[in-house]
Every structure is written in structure tokens, then in C-alpha cells.
Design a protein. Structure first.
Length: 223
């Protein structure tokens, strides 16, 4: 089962520094070498593995690290490896490691290019929006039906950037499901224009009644 890792890091100094970014890069070099030896079915290049580092626009101290894995178990082997434990502890000078937050998305490599001519992938987008929305677990099938009916409205507005929705594997509460809606944008301002579009009311009226909570942030790729 393909999965996507999302890991949020908090910068210790509250700002983006070249040293902190390079520390991540050095850790990823170790991961590159480890995956080449231990995960032969994964792509060899970082973009192919969905590996990237993003900085949040709303709070520049928050960084988002992403990666693709064949399974949660495969990612777990990396996390428990001596190589990862060494490089992770070495990030403590730059990040508040106790605040690290990790989750996985099911059945998707979120940052893959679709291969559609002219389409701009999430990794290539100047800005991406990451919306984390919870709904009642019992409403998932009903929500998915509504999503299929109206997702084209958002996709048409966002073109040539991609729109992807995926479900979180780890449930925080048995009664709730969380999905992550990710879109590429040329700018934060362009995303905000969506709420003024004539099709937004139809889109929102179909989906927002399901939401128990939602959190939407914007990110820019820095590595």
C-alpha cells in the first residue's frame, strides 16, 4: 500500500536559517543512501520519492517534511534504523524535536506528477495549501460521494495546478476521520480568490456541512 509521510517540524530559533535547512539536507542524504540499499522498489531520486521540505507561510517557524513509502511498516524500519536515530538526534540544535508531529496518508503518493501534459505538480507549485479536515467516521462514504460530484469545480479553478485528497491512516479518535486536501497555487492570493468564485458556494455547501474541524495552511518549498 502506497503511503505518504507528512512530518511537521518546529524551528528552534523561530525562523528559517541556512544552517537548519542544510541540517535537513544532510539528514536526507543519509536517508537517500539508506533507501537505495534497503528499499529497492522506491524511486532513487528525491522528487520521485516525494521527498521535500516546505516552510509554512502563516508561521515561518513551522516546516513540513514529506516522503513516499511503500507502507507505514517500511517507514517504521527507517525510523528505527541506527542511521535515522543518529541524524534525527543531530537536528536538535535547529528544531524543537519534542514538537515533531507525524502522520501518514493512505493509498497515495501525494507528490507524484500525474503525467498530464501542462499540469503543475505539488512539488513544482510556488505555493501549496494543506487543509486538514475532520469528519464523523460514519459519514465518510457520504462525503466521498459528495466530493466526487463537486471536486471538478475546484480542479477547474486551480488549473494547471493539481488538487489531491487523501485520508489519514492514524485516527485520533475512533469516531472521527481526517482527510488532507492539498492544492497547488501560483500564490496565496490566488487561493483566496476561490472563495469569491461563482462556483464556490455550490462546492462549499456540499462539503462544509461534514466538517467537524478544519485547519488550512500554505507552504512554500525550500528544499
Amino acid at each position: 500500500m502506497a503511503v505518504t509521510e507528512l512530518a511537521w517540524l518546529t524551528a528552534a530559533l523561530g525562523v528559517l536559517t541556512n544552517e537548519a535547512k542544510e541540517a535537513i539536507n544532510q539528514a536526507l542524504i543519509v536517508q537517500d543512501e539508506w533507501t537505495a540499499l534497503n528499499t529497492p522498489d522506491l524511486p532513487k531520486d528525491r522528487d520521485g520519492r516525494g521527498v521535500a521540505l516546505f516552510q509554512q507561510v502563516e508561521d515561518p517557524a513551522i516546516w513540513l517534511l514529506t516522503a513516499h513509502w511503500d507502507s507505514v511498516e517500511q517507514h517504521g524500519v527507517w525510523l528505527e534504523s541506527p542511521e535515522n536515530k543518529k541524524v534525527f538526534s543531530g537536528l536538535g540544535d535547529y528544531y524543537e524535536l519534542e514538537k515533531t508531529y507525524l502522520c501518514h496518508l493512505e493509498n497515495i503518493w501525494l507528490f507524484n506528477s500525474s503525467g498530464v501534459p501542462g499540469e503543475i505538480s505539488l512539488l513544482e507549485s510556488p505555493v501549496i495549501s494543506v487543509g486538514r479536515i475532520t469528519i464523523l467516521a460514519e459519514k465518510r462514504q457520504e462525503f466521498e460521494k459528495q466530493w466526487e460530484e463537486v471536486k471538478g469545480l475546484l480542479e477547474d479553478f486551480a488549473k494547471p495546478y493539481v488538487v489531491k485528497l487523501a485520508w489519514r491512516i492514524e485516527m485520533t479518535e475512533p469516531s472521527l476521520e481526517e482527510f488532507v486536501l492539498t492544492c497547488g497555487w501560483p500564490s496565496v492570493e490566488r487561493h483566496k480568490e476561490w472563495a469569491k468564485d461563482p462556483n464556490f458556494e455550490k462546492y462549499a455547501s456540499a462539503l462544509l456541512p461534514f466538517a467537524q474541524s478544519q485547519d488550512i495552511k500554505h507552504y512554500q518549498r525550500v528544499l
